[in-house]
Ligand binder design. Structure first.
Ligand code: UD1
Ligand code: UDP
Length: 383
C-alpha cells in the first residue's frame, strides 16, 4: 500500500492541544501515514509549552510570532511560508485545526496548490463575522478549502450542510480537545496550586480581540470589585501575554490579596487547575468544551458562542463582558448550591476522547461510528 504523506500544521496554543492527539494517532499507523509537523509559531512561548507537554518536535518551524504584528502581516507571512514549504515538500494531505490566522492562511495555501486540506473542528459558527473576530471569517475560509471536514458535533456538521458542503465531506468525530484532556488527566498528577488549600477559586482566562479596550477593562474591574467584597473566594488568572490583555490585567488586578495572576500555564497545570476550580470564567473556545467534560460550570465572557452544546447542556452560561451579568452569574454559582449543582453535572457534548481515532479512520476511508451515534461517520446528520 502507498504511504500517504500528511502535514500537520500548528500555530497557537489551542491548535497544538487539539492537533496533538491526531499526530499521535497518525504516527501509530506508520504503515499508512508518514507524518510531518509544521509550526508556524504564530504563538511562541505558549505554543512551545504545549509542544513540550505532548513531546512534539516540529519538522519545520517558521518562527513567525512578532509582538504586535497585524493580522494581515501574520496572514501574509503564514501564506508565503507554508506555500514555500509545500512547493519544496509535496504532501498528500494537510491538516490544521480551528479558526486562527494560521488555519485560514494554510487553507488558502492548500487551495492555491490544489493540495487536499483537512479541517479539524470544522463547522463552528456564530453567524456573526464580528464575533468572534476574526475567527468566524477564518473558519468559513478554511471550510471553503476543506476536502475533509472533521466536525466535532452534529450541530457543527449541520452548519456545514446548510452551507452546501457535500455530505460525503463531513465527518462527525467529537472534539480532539477531549482526547487531550482525558490523556493529560489520566497520566499526570496535579502540580501545586498558588491558592490556599481548600479555598474555592474561580479560574479565569480572557483574550478575545473583540473585547479589547473598554469591555475587557469592564471584565477586570468587575472581578476586582466582586473579589474585594467576597474575600473568601480566590481568583486565579493565568494572563495571556498579548499586551492588550496583560497591560490592563496587571493594572487593574495586581496586588489584591485574593487574586493570583500568573503567566500562561502549560496544559498539565491548566487541566488540573480546571479540575480543582469551583467554576470557570472565560471567553476561550477550548474552556467551553473542557468545562462540561469536567462538570465545571463556565461563565462565558461572550454574548455569542459557536459552541451552543455546552449552553444547551446547562454547564455554560453566556454572561458577556458585562458587569451585571458577570456579578449575577458569580452570585448564582458561588452562593446558590442548588443552581451550582444544576450546572455542575459532568456532560460530554464534545466527545468521548476518541475523536483522533475517528479522524484517522476517515482519512483511511474506513467506516466508523460517528460521535453522537449512527454509522459510517455521517448518518446522524439530518439537515
Ligand atoms: C490567537 C488567535 C485566537 C486564539 C488564540 C489562542 C488569531 C487572529 N487569533 O489570538 O483565535 O483563540 O490565539 O490563544 O489567530 N504573544 C506572546 N507569546 C505567545 C503568544 C502571543 O507574547 O506565545 C503575544 C504577542 O505580542 C502577539 C500577541 O500576543 O503579537 C497576539 O498573538 P496572536 O496570535 O496574534 O493573537 P491571540 O490573541 O493570541
Ligand atoms: N489553556 C492552557 N493554559 C492556560 C490557559 C488555557 O493550557 O494558561 C488551554 C485550555 O485548557 C484550552 C486552550 O488552552 O484547551 C484554550 O486556548 P485559548 O483560550 O488560548 O484559545 P481558544 O480556545 O479560545 O481558541
Amino acid at each position: 500500500m502507498t504511504i500517504k504523506d500528511i502535514l500537520c500544521v500548528v500555530g497557537t496554543r489551542p491548535e497544538a492541544i487539539k492537533v496533538a492527539p491526531v499526530i499521535a494517532a497518525l504516527r501509530a499507523e506508520a504503515d499508512t501515514f508518514r507524518v510531518r509537523v509544521l509550526a508556524t509559531a504564530q504563538h511562541r512561548d505558549m505554543l512551545d509549552q504545549i509542544l513540550e507537554v505532548f513531546s512534539i518536535v516540529p519538522d519545520v518551524d517558521l518562527d513567525l510570532m512578532r509582538p504586535g504584528q497585524s493580522l494581515n502581516t501574520l496572514a501574509g507571512r503564514v501564506l508565503i511560508g507554508v506555500n514555500e514549504y509545500l512547493t519544496d515538500n509535496p504532501v498528500d494531505i494537510v491538516l490544521a485545526q480551528g479558526d486562527t490566522t494560521t488555519v485560514m492562511a494554510v487553507s488558502i495555501a492548500c487551495f492555491h496548490n490544489q493540495v487536499s486540506f483537512g479541517h479539524i473542528e470544522a463547522g463552528l459558527r456564530t453567524g456573526d463575522l464580528s464575533a468572534p473576530f476574526p475567527e468566524e471569517f477564518n473558519r468559513k475560509i478554511a471550510g471553503l478549502a476543506a476536502e475533509y471536514n472533521f466536525a466535532p458535533t452534529k450541530s457543527a456538521a449541520e452548519n456545514l450542510l446548510r452551507e452546501g458542503v457535500s455530505r460525503g465531506a463531513v465527518f462527525i468525530t467529537g472534539n480532539t480537545v477531549i482526547d487531550s484532556l482525558f490523556d493529560i488527566l489520566n497520566r499526570t498528577d496535579p502540580p501545586p496550586v498558588p491558592v490556599p488549600a481548600d479555598q474555592p477559586y474561580v479560574l479565569m482566562t480572557c483574550h478575545r480581540r473583540e473585547i479589547f479596550g473598554r469591555p475587557i477593562r469592564e471584565v477586570f474591574e468587575t472581578v476586582r470589585d466582586y473579589l474585594s467584597l467576597h474575600r473568601e473566594i480566590y481568583l486565579w488568572y493565568p494572563v495571556h501575554p498579548n499586551p492588550e490583555v496583560s497591560q490592563p490585567a496587571h493594572e487593574i488586578l495586581a496586588g489584591k490579596p485574593n487574586i493570583v495572576l500568573s503567566g500562561p500555564l502549560d496544559y498539565i497545570a491548566f487541566s488540573h487547575a480546571m479540575k480543582g476550580a469551583k467554576l470557570l470564567l472565560s471567553d476561550s473556545g477550548g474552556v467551553q468544551e473542557e468545562g462540561p467534560a469536567l462538570g465545571k460550570p463556565v461563565l462565558v465572557l461572550r454574548d455569542l458562542t459557536e459552541r451552543p452544546e455546552g449552553v444547551e447542556a446547562g454547564t455554560c452560561l453566556l454572561v458577556g463582558p458585562h458587569r451585571g451579568r458577570i456579578e449575577a452569574g458569580l452570585d448564582k454559582l458561588l452562593y446558590d448550591a442548588e443552581e451550582y449543582d444544576r450546572m455542575a453535572r459532568a456532560q460530554n457534548p464534545y466527545g468521548d476522547g476518541k475523536a483522533a481515532s475517528r479522524i484517522v479512520a476517515a482519512l483511511k476511508g474506513e467506516s466508523f461510528e460517528p460521535w453522537g451515534g449512527g454509522r459510517g461517520g455521517r448518518e446522524v446528520i439530518s439537515a
